[in-house]
Ligand binder design. Structure first.
Ligand code: HEC
Ligand code: HEC
Length: 527
């Protein structure tokens, strides 16, 4: 805290004394003008406290920012070109809250959400920024641009700095730190701590916090959120916000990102929140050009962000199952190229190839899904928001990525091995009352009591709610612009779309042929 300016020191001290009171005071003060805020997320005060306590980067100059985001802009990605369109016209970045450092470490929203990465962040972009700035861009701020803050602050050589931010440079992952909630159903233990953050007295479990390493979600194609809000509705056209669904609204997300990622001592004003959220909900992003298939709006197809803004998400407030994606339906003619035909076949597989969804908590346990097991399901059963692919039913689904659950055909999670935890990420053990996790059983006896032991690199929603039944649940994410933002899944552990599709093929025993898998990959690369 030694580096904080005087005003912040006062804030930080008060904060340590009474985080919740401070927060409540701020909230009443700053939102009254414009925004109706939902109830406070209870996980937030400890996150803010840790953010303020983390060392600041040595350089707090914001990174390179364009002077305008044009109405239409395009950039290359590995399979073609991704583009962003703003129906409301170009945005001047100077003075816009999304592009303004609102905290103390020089970061803006644009630090982590950039158009060439589909408004997310990729390892390629992170590495380019790292080498261009000798690791000094605020992207690598110790608070969460490093694997753990103190190692980053101590790093002096370029190689040490790179090692300290390996999750960001190799997987595009940011450290997300969250408190273990009060009176959880489980006990948490640390099984693996690759960066020393989990056992750290200051940052880890001894102070009630866990660190996870998560991919940046994209801040685009969010329109429906703004229209409907998401916290008050049972069916929300946009679905959950954040991988673990922890934010009640885009407004609260903006505030928390400013206080957390940007280490701000005071929250942004109501009009700054409005401006930042208005900017992001005015963005539409999609793949616009394919190296193999050419223009994605040729011959009647409706790919690209201009079409997405015009028709894609405009008028369908209900889930579209199975025809969630209709972009490439016109590509059926004999005159269509082989590459176009493959994308169209991929769209059909996504919409209509049926399989049984079994053993997915958050889906098969009757809360939101049609029962267990759910035959005749498709990819679009979960990815159902039209031409965007999030799930209009909020909450998370437990697919089993990076944990010790796995599924056989009957939904018993005992046999197949799919995307197991990797040694570059922490491993947690959650001891749950026997039978409290749907579709999961792994009895172990500790001090004479038997528990179901769930091991994972990231507990997801279960860390927010404290419930065993929510462990391993993550939101169903939007699928546009994925060609520009590999790797995939919340922990970046599917290196390619091919690997991701192979995961699904095994997880749900779909029976996809090699050609089917390639068609699905080509289709997803065209979204
Ligand atoms: C240090 C990098 C970083 C900065 C700075 C940052 N974000 Fe993010 N953003 C992330 C990460 C990582 C996630 C996903 C975290 C999670 O789900 O736990 C995310 C998630 C989001 C989401 C959720 C999207 C969804 O589909 O649920 C939105 C919206 C967003 N950020 C907007 C913003 C805004 C607005 C700002 C500026 C106030 C900002 N971000 C600053 C890294 C960053
Ligand atoms: C039971 C619901 C469900 C079904 C069925 C489903 N998905 Fe998903 N999908 C999810 C969830 C949840 C995630 C996020 C998982 C995570 O990262 O932990 C996801 C993530 C993805 C991603 C990664 C997006 C990103 O940003 O990393 C892609 C691509 C994807 N799904 C494609 C498909 C395809 C193709 C199918 C059909 C073969 C399919 N999904 C079937 C729920 C589902």
């Amino acid at each position: 805290m030694t580096r904080l300016p005087a005003r912040l020191q006062v804030t930080a001290l008060l904060l340590l004394a009474s985080p919740l009171l401070m927060w409540l005071g701020f909230a009443g003060f700053s939102y009254a003008q414009t925004i109706q805020l939902p109830p406070l997320p209870s996980w937030f005060p400890p996150v803010w406290k840790q953010s303020l306590a983390a060392p600041e980067p040595s350089n707090t100059q914001p990174g390179r920012t364009p002077t305008t985001i044009p109405q239409f802009s395009e950039s290359s990605d590995p399979s073609g070109r991704v583009a962003t369109y703003q129906p409301g016209g170009a945005t001047t970045t100077a003075g816009n809250a999304f592009f303004t450092p609102l905290g103390t470490n020089g970061r803006t929203c644009f630090t982590c959400h950039q158009p060439q990465s589909g408004w997310g962040m990729t390892p390629q972009s992170a590495r380019a920024i790292f080498f261009a700035t000798q690791g000094k861009d605020p992207l690598f701020a110790p608070v969460d641009g490093a694997n753990c803050p103190d190692a980053a602050a101590a790093a002096t050589s370029l190689a040490q700095k790179a090692a300290a931010s390996s999750q960001l440079l190799l997987k595009g992952n940011i450290r997300v730190f969250l408190p273990v909630p009060a009176q959880p159903e489980y006990q948490v233990r640390i099984l693996r701590d690759p960066y020393g953050c989990e056992n750290s007295a200051k940052y880890g479990l001894p102070s009630g916090m866990l660190s996870m390493y998560r991919r940046v979600l994209n801040s685009t194609n969010l329109t429906r959120n703004a229209q409907f809000g998401s916290f008050a509705t049972v069916i929300s056209p946009q679905g959950a916000i954040m991988w673990d669904a922890r934010e009640p609204s885009l407004q609260s997300q903006f505030v928390d990102a400013t206080l957390g990622h940007a280490q701000a001592g005071t929250p942004p004003s109501g009009s700054q929140v409005d401006q930042g959220v208005n900017f992001e909900v005015g963005l539409f992003t999609a793949q616009n050009f394919s190296n193999q298939a050419g223009s994605l709006s040729a011959s009647g197809a409706t790919g690209g962000p201009v079409n997405l803004a015009r028709i894609g998400v405009a008028n369908v407030p209900v889930p579209a199952i199975p025809l969630a994606f209709n972009t490439y339906q016109p590509w059926t003619l004999p005159t269509n190229s082989a590459a176009q035909a493959s994308i169209k076949r991929g769209e059909d597989i996504f919409n209509t190839r049926t399989f049984t969804i079994a053993g997915v908590a958050g889906f098969n346990d009757g809360l939101v899904g049609p029962g267990n097991p759910a035959q005749n399901s498709t990819c679009s059963t979960c990815h159902n928001l039209i031409n965007v692919g999030s799930d209009v039913v909020p909450g998370g689904r437990h697919l089993g990525i990076g944990d010790n659950s796995s599924a056989d055909k009957s939904g018993n999670q005992t046999t197949a091995t799919v995307l197991r935890p990797t040694s570059d990420q922490p491993l947690f053990s959650f001891l749950c009352p026997v039978g409290s996790m749907p579709f999961f059983s792994n009895p172990v006896t500790v001090n004479g009591t038997t528990f179901d032991e769930f091991q994972t690199t990231d507990p997801g929603m279960g860390l927010i709610t404290g419930k065993c039944a929510d462990l391993g649940k993550f939101k169903v994410p939007r699928l546009n612009g994925l060609a520009a933002r590999a790797p995939y899944f919340h922990n970046g552990n599917a290196a390619s779309l091919r690997q991701l599709v192979e995961f699904y093929n095994a997880r749900f025993s779909i029976g996809l042929s090699s050609q089917d898998e390639q068609d699905l990959v080509n289709f997803i690369n065209a979204l």
